[in-house]
Design a protein around this ligand. Structure first.
Ligand SMILES: Cc1cc2nc3c(=O)[nH]c(=O)nc-3n(C[C@H](O)[C@H](O)[C@H](O)COP(=O)(O)OP(=O)(O)OC[C@H]3O[C@@H](n4cnc5c(N)ncnc54)[C@H](O)[C@@H]3O)c2cc1C
Length: 410
């Protein structure tokens, strides 16, 4: 039985953090904990960047340093190597968003391929990742998802998007690096699901190279997975499943309300938890056919996965099961899992400060809206500060104990 609460070990969680870094974390999560401040800070950041005010230094020394690895792959490497000394892997995520031009999409594809080639030479980097709307307009993904007839120009555009995805997956296959496709808004996801399914058919013949993301706040995901699994069995390909709860909750519910269709999202958080844990259990029960990448900061779901691994007598470092958290968040989960020997990776976003801001804002907003997450980060940081203080007073007491003083005098 997994009864020992391994995530409570703050010494392991923050071993690599200096006192100064702990204080920075406390300051930052303290700020993020205040929704009005996040709203105001977000608006101010957007305004400042739009009008080219010199705020990069401030962004860099606060949220950028907390949630991002650096501006370039090379700049991220010292941090990544440091994490690897604690057996924690990384995934480089070029987090430049919101582009609309074809040349920008081609450049993004090339960047993703260069990351795959970079990762292939480094043991610290077992995965690569891409976001569908980073290589094609949201509008074209949406149109293909809605199954309306495309104009000849749109057909051409869609062919280019498919080719970019194909090139990324082909590079991943050639370099033996697994690739994760992020999931986004439900109204573009159908096209992404179908395309990623075709990529799995092509590249996952022997093992899972291509992973699609399942957002389990959607109530239809277990059924989707079961159908995909049956297809994989029929046609002889493996499934790569990256499972998350989902990051577009408010947007999804608001659109469904506005347009008057039933929301694709579970009715409450508890239902999302049941859905996530159900999908997790299904994957681990079919591990011969489904490789699993678990992206969550939820302790209960992580413990559940450990318990199922134990119940099914699976190796804790089974190559088909990975755990992952975002850089700057839930170090108590990542470092403790890695220390025990579970396959664990931090998702490390990078890119020019200005370009990474939309990603950083999402993280800050998510931390504000996700009930309990920031409070947990704060309490762990405080606990570690207290523990270090206790350690240093103990060391001082020992240094000046009568027996030690006498020993030194001799
Ligand atoms: C490595 C990694 C990769 C990720 N990749 C993606 C991705 O590709 N696409 C994506 O969308 N997200 C992605 N995310 C973000 C993820 O979807 C979650 O938003 C985030 O991790 C918080 O969920 P949790 O399981 O960690 O924590 P928890 O705190 O347990 O869950 C919070 C989540 O529960 C759900 N929730 C909260 N309130 C309600 C409610 N009232 N009703 C229904 N559901 C509710 C929401 O999804 C919310 O984000 C990723 C996260 C990680 C760690």
């Amino acid at each position: 039985m997994i009864t020992q609460k391994i995530f409570n070990d703050t010494e392991t969680a923050f071993k690599l953090k200096s006192d100064e870094e702990l204080n920075r974390g406390l300051f930052l999560f303290g700020m993020i904990n205040r929704p009005t401040l996040v709203k105001f800070g977000t608006a101010l950041t957007k305004f400042s960047l739009r009008f080219h005010l010199p705020v990069e230094g401030l962004i860099r020394s606060t949220i950028f340093n907390q949630f991002s690895g650096g501006e370039t792959m090379e700049e991220c490497m010292p941090g990544i190597e440091k994490m690897y000394t604690k057996r924690l892997h990384s995934i480089l995520d070029y987090s430049v968003e919101g582009k609309e031009q074809e040349e920008q999409f081609d450049a993004a594809m090339k960047k993703k391929i260069s990351i795959i080639e970079f990762a292939a030479k480094r043991k610290e980097l077992p995965f690569a990742v891409f976001k569908p709307t980073g290589i094609g307009r949201l509008a074209i993904w949406e149109k293909v998802s809605s199954k309306v007839t495309l104009s000849p120009e749109e057909e051409e555009e869609w062919n280019r998007v498919q080719r970019r995805v194909e090139n990324i997956c082909e590079a991943a296959y050639q370099n033996d690096i697994s690739v994760l496709a992020d999931a986004e808004e439900s109204w573009m996801q159908q096209a992404a699901d179908e395309l990623m399914e075709r990529m799995m058919q092509k590249y996952n013949q022997e093992k899972a190279i291509v992973f699609n993301t399942l957002q389990c706040y959607r109530w239809d995901r277990l059924q989707y997975l079961q159908n995909l699994h049956e297809k994989g069995l029929r046609e002889g390909f493996k499934i790569g499943a990256k499972i998350v709860r989902g990051a577009y909750l408010e947007k999804e519910n608001e659109r469904a309300r506005k347009l008057g269709y039933p929301s694709p999202i579970c009715e409450n958080k508890e239902a999302t938890d049941v859905s996530f844990n159900g999908v997790l259990s299904y994957c681990l029960s079919n591990i011969e056919d489904i490789s699993l990448f678990i992206g969550t900061h939820n302790e209960v779901s992580n413990y559940l996965a450990l318990q199922i691994l134990e119940d099914k007598n699976l190796e804790i470092n089974d190559h088909r099961v990975w755990f992952s958290q975002l850089l700057g968040m839930s170090d108590h989960i990542s470092y403790n899992l890695a220390k025990k020997g579970y396959n664990t990776a931090k998702l490390v976003p990078f890119g020019p400060v200005r370009e990474v801001v939309p990603y950083l804002i999402r993280r800050a907003e998510e931390n504000t809206s996700v009930k309990g997450q920031t409070g947990r980060e704060l309490s762990l940081l405080l606990e570690e500060k207290k523990r270090r203080k206790g350690e240093s007073s103990k060391a001082t007491r020992e240094k000046y104990s009568p027996s030690r003083v006498k020993e030194n005098a001799n």
